[in-house]
Design a binder for this molecule. Sequence first.
Ligand code: FES
Length: 83
Amino acid sequence: MRVQIIFLKTIRQKLSFMYICVCKGVTERDIREAVRQGAVRMRDLRSCLGVTGQCGTCACYAKSALDKALLQELPQQTVVSPS
Ligand code: FES
């Protein structure tokens, strides 16, 4: 049981380091931190982290990560996230 819990924690930590934007080296954790600092829109992520600033391949993944972070980090507030 204890081994399973440690394994799950390790997997969870690795997932939080998953790269969202390879060009700028932005991880899901970076996006969560940006949301904690006040980012609520894609343009906020672009200006503070550079997401989608080069090839743009990460746009849909970044949007998903942003929405997920908003739900996790700001559960008490009503959040309207324009595209
Ligand atoms: S992967 Fe994000 S700009 Fe290229």
